[in-house]
Ligand binder design. Structure first.
Ligand code: A3P
Length: 296
């Protein structure tokens, strides 16, 4: 974000070499975004932290009065179409704003958030994932969506880039630290939650999520099992087996079209054990320890 209030959007093809068409431009906040409202919810993640999953959970929680579970938009629409990314949405809709959207996602670092998000009092949900799993997921994703003309990205090369901080949204660890500090300073505004926690105890963490964004489950809803219905609807098994997510395409930028299935691989914890060498594990753990020292 520049001092004059403009945001420079620059997505480089050098980041993992998988962005097919780079986007570059300078846009004003007014051009790209409605003013954030106190009731808005922003989902913030580093790519591969479980963005797709949390998009569905938040969408299902916030819109649960509108839809039945056997005729729900998430059964026929890819999560990224239900909950757009601020970055791509902003560019595509610069002249066609939809002020009705109250749930958006972004990979932007904390320091790059538009001022209106910071001052409006809206809720920010940040999702953290173990960097070892996140990296393995990112490497698979990069190869899946990489231009056919480019050679396969070698695991070791991708690892070097990741450890040096080359990633969408900026260096992983700094991204986390930015939102962690914000969650300590404004606990009512920024929820720092973890992919692993949601996996291990989804009942508890989806309840916390709903409470935090101001959509707590009522006793009547609890008796009707709404919480479980939302978890079932948004489960990896359910989403990844839907026709739209197996065979559909999603446009995520001016010329970036991806297969919906590229957002669903395994949805598991500790898959890194199948990919990383002992040296890689030691290195990533060391960086994590060093970078998170100030958070302890
Ligand atoms: P893996 O590659 O480890 O399987 P993002 O949505 O931020 O791009 O993250 C993608 C990761 O989240 C992938 O991880 C994907 O499989 C996993 N994922 C997608 N939907 C999920 C769900 N409903 N539950 C758990 N994990 C999910």
């Amino acid at each position: 974000k520049r001092k004059d209030g403009q945001v420079k959007i620059s997505i480089s093809t050098k980041v993992f070499g998988f962005l097919i068409n780079p986007l570059e431009g300078v846009i004003t906040l007014q051009q790209c975004f409605k003013e954030a409202q106190p009731t808005d919810v922003f989902l913030v993640t580093c790519p591969k932290s479980g963005t797709t999953w949390f998009k569905t959970l938040l969408f299902a929680i916030m819109n649960r009065d509108l839809y039945d579970y056997d005729d729900h938009p998430l059964l026929t629409t890819n999560p990224h179409a239900c909950v757009p990314f601020f970055e791509t949405y902003a560019i595509e809709n610069a002249t066609n704003l939809r002020p009705d959207l109250s749930l958006l996602a972004t990979h932007m670092p904390y320091t790059c958030l538009p001022d209106s998000i910071l001052v409006s009092g809206c809720r920010i949900v940040y999702v953290y994932r173990d960097p070892k799993d996140l990296f393995v997921s990112l490497w698979h994703f990069a190869n899946k969506i990489r231009s056919k003309e480019l050679p396969t990205l070698i695991l070791g090369e991708a690892f070097e880039q990741f450890c040096r901080g080359v990633s969408i949204g900026g260096p992983f660890w700094d991204h986390v630290v930015g939102y962690w500090k914000a969650s300590i300073e404004w606990p009512d505004r920024v929820l720092f939650t973890k992919y692993e926690d949601m996996k291990n105890d989804p009942q508890l963490h989806v309840k916390k999520l709903a409470q935090f964004i101001g959509y707590p489950f009522s006793i009547k809803e609890e008796n009707e099992g709404i919480r479980q219905k939302i978890l079932d609807l948004c489960s990896f098994e359910s989403l990844s087996n839907l026709e739209v997510n197996k065979n559909g395409l999603i446009r995520l930028g001016q010329d970036m079209v991806l297969e919906n299935k590229s957002f669903f691989r395994q949805g598991k914890i500790q898959d890194w054990k199948n990919y990383l060498t002992t040296e890689m594990v030691e290195r990533i753990d060391e960086i994590t320890k060093h970078k998170f020292k100030e958070l302890a």
